[in-house]
Write a protein that binds this ligand. Sequence first.
Ligand code: ARG
Length: 601
Amino acid sequence: PEVPKDSMCAILQHLEAVFERAVRVAFPQHTAPVNTQIQLSKMADYQCNVAMALAKILRQNPRVVGQAVLDAAGTSPLIANMQLSGSGFINITLSTGFIREQVTRLVTHGVTPPPLNKRKVAVDFSSPNIAKEMHVGHLRSTIIGDSICRLLEFLGHDVLRINHLGDWGTQFGMLIAHLQDRFPNYLKTPPAISDLQGFYKESKKRFDEDEQFKVRAYKAVVQLQGHDPDHINGWTMICDISKREFNKVYERLDVKLSPYGESFYQSRMEAIVADLEQRGLLEQARIQEDETDRKDDRKFMYSNTVEEPQTVMPLIMVKSDGGFTYDTSDMACIRYRTQELDVDWLIYVTDAGQQQHFKSFRAAAARAGYFNSATTRMDHVMFGVVLGEDRKKFKTRSGDTVRLVELLEEGLVRAEAILKEKGRDEALSQQEFDHVKEAVAYGCIKYADLCHDRTRDYVFSFDRMLDFKGNTAAYLLYALTRICSIARTAGVSSGSLLTEARKEPMQLEHEKEWKLARTLLKLPDVILKLTEDLYLHPLCEFLYEVSTVFSEFYDNCYCVEKDKDGNITKIHTSRLLLCEATATVFKQCLAILGIKTVERM
Ligand code: ARG
């Protein structure tokens, strides 16, 4: 395996390749996949434990197997030394020259991602429903999806950030009918509906209680889907009000999204239903759902055989009134993405409650030939529920859904109070303070979401997320400002550090300097791991580890020495370079998490 010349090296990945090849050379008869079992080690830098498992399979002595692998491993510019120890472990010590060169590279080139195959990725995230409230579940989808986009963009993939808005359901029938009644002049003077949620509730109530209204609502849907201009007009008005509200959230969180709502697929839904029907892939219900044996007019698409009816739920492609469903739109949408947009990686970010839907439609799409798992990757990135501090579903005191804009606003107020308590408002200009306040508030909300295993439920607590101690964005942002201030207070500019770094690889002497350098160089492997399963919390854990190891370094190694009067007597340039490299890693990780950094706070 080659060591990349123009980017950082993913060390673990490289070592895995070295040892996988060594196993193949040493034991050509062993054709099964190899797990090289390389880990960080206390004894050396890394340890390879492949010999143990392999010895069992081959029925040989592990030490003999270890020696054979070692002999076949050859040399690598990363490795200074390899040694067999104990019952067959291989201890790997990295080349100090390599470490120095790589960590210096962070200062001269920033974090440069390891080379990899580029893909065209559609990330479907946020995706709230028009007129219904955008709730904390959508906030999670927005934050996680945005971070995944930032990660993939950083790696050089071609990323489409898609907002699959729920803008085309039967709910529009009742909304438009209600609009016609409440604002008969809506075509001439567009109404200013400030509380769209209230409007939604009113119309829903009428829909549930008033038979005549219900009939009109159904008619309105048909007219809307038939593109009657007046109905399209009313629909556009309602969508615009909703979108304005969503955009406020996206702007605050600095999230970019292109809207391709469900409505976008109307003609494509007609086309795929015709396509599937013609190919005999649509059926009436296979099993009657109720004993009355009422005929079920819906059209389903099954993806499992009749013998195993339970494995995958069928999709409902056409309702009994001829209308389409969420399933239909996702089928049309996947075909659009794979066949028209030529996407070869599909990512959907939704709550875990939709797992069944994604399983079913993945199977159906594969059956229909709209999706080919051999050439296209598909991930359903799911997440758990947001809980309040009482561990119940997150709600306002009155039991309503929390409005996102209000939630973000509360974050700002709380961040401001905490920063003032710490006297930060006095040290900063008003403009700087406002900037810090936003970075802290939104950074903390995002980080609190991203630092947990996303599949678990998580408790939303402002007190915890805004704590300046522990694994929070508040702590990390503050740690970064301290790292950045070390060189600044010594009067050394970034420019002069850059010049130093370009001259020769930095010196590393103290044990803690080496430890910090090795920790920083784990980043490429951490990033590659993130793309395998699209979990983001390991990046947060890594960042927190960097901050801890940095503190150890800073407590043990003077960067700047002063006499008792506070005059600078010595500047350790290479240590300042190490601070600079640490800051670079910090900034890149925070950028991937969508968190804005500040110079001072
Ligand atoms: N609008 C849906 C919801 O609020 C999420 C849509 C997710 N995307 C998709 N292609 N199904 O639950």
